[in-house]
Design a protein around this ligand. Structure first.
Ligand code: ADP
Ligand code: ADP
Length: 226
């Protein structure tokens, strides 16, 4: 179970920049919700508040009915995948995926099990001993997703994970991420400026502009009512 609720959430940065203005949205359990809108509209800030990487200025964030505003990121049971992969260059793929679990003192055989399972799902088993620099962009992005999967999070957060990839790979990875959503049966919140990505992947689309939610709807509805 993982239902995420944003109730009247706002973010005001220093200098009185209202990056997010009174966002109200319910992400149901197992839903794939995509926030879409132009650069600077507040998507990333919204996601970072859900992750706990950014303080919430106003409003309340609930995960499964529990107030999260003051809960540190490590206790929110979420995992975030970033645009720039954020892999450790000196570690192998295996070590990159295992690192977070080692710090959490997860048992070695359990780490091993989870890393291999994630690698199998993502089809990167062959690369476990390689360093990130010996991987293609798509393979690196899979490792970044793998690092999130091994945490067994309740909620996956994606911040423009495909925007550094070329067009062909983007199309392929879209399909892979949709499949991953079905396979993991997890709640996912995904942020992008790419409307096609939103239309092809989302169960529910949240359209943002100038910090405000403009529209919430199914891909088909929004396609017919632009
Ligand atoms: P998006 O993800 O949609 O591109 P962001 O959430 O990154 O938008 O940014 C929303 C607004 O907040 C922008 O105007 C941006 O300049 C501003 N902003 C983002 N981060 C900060 C920060 N740390 N300090 C001040 N303003 C910020
Ligand atoms: P490090 O951040 O140095 O890799 P950890 O993996 O233990 O070490 O992370 C420390 C905390 O940072 C975690 O408990 C978690 O809350 C947060 N964190 C690290 N990676 C992620 C991620 N991919 N998604 C969400 N939170 C993360």
């Amino acid at each position: 179970m993982a239902k995420v609720e944003l109730k009247g959430i706002s973010k005001v940065y220093e200098g009185n920049v209202r990056a997010v203005d009174n966002a109200n949205i319910v992400v149901e359990d197992k839903e794939f919700v995509v926030f879409v809108g132009p650069s600077g509209c507040g998507k990333s800030t919204t996601l970072r508040m859900v992750a706990g990487l950014e303080d919430i200025t106003e409003g309340e964030l609930y995960i499964d009915g529990e107030l999260m505003n003051d809960v540190p990121p490590k206790d929110r049971n979420i995992a975030m995948v970033f645009q720039n992969y954020a892999l450790y260059p000196h570690m192998t793929v295996y070590e990159n995926m295992a690192f977070g679990l080692r710090i959490k003192k997860v048992a070695k055989d359990e780490i091993d099990r989870r890393v291999h399972e994630a690698a199998r799902i993502l089809d990167i088993e062959k690369f476990l001993d390689r360093k990130p620099k010996a991987l293609s962009g798509g393979q690196r992005q899979r490792v970044a997703v793998g690092r999130a999967i091994v945490r067994n999070p309740k909620v996956f957060l994606f911040d423009e994970p495909l925007s550094n990839l070329d067009a062909k790979l983007r199309v392929q990875m879209r399909a892979e991420l949709s499949e991953l959503h079905l396979r993991l049966n997890a709640t996912m919140i995904y942020v992008t400026h790419d409307q096609v990505e939103a239309m092809t992947m989302a169960n529910k689309i949240v359209v943002m502009k100038d910090g405000k939610i403009q529209q919430i709807g199914s891909p088909l509805f929004l396609y017919n009512h632009p």
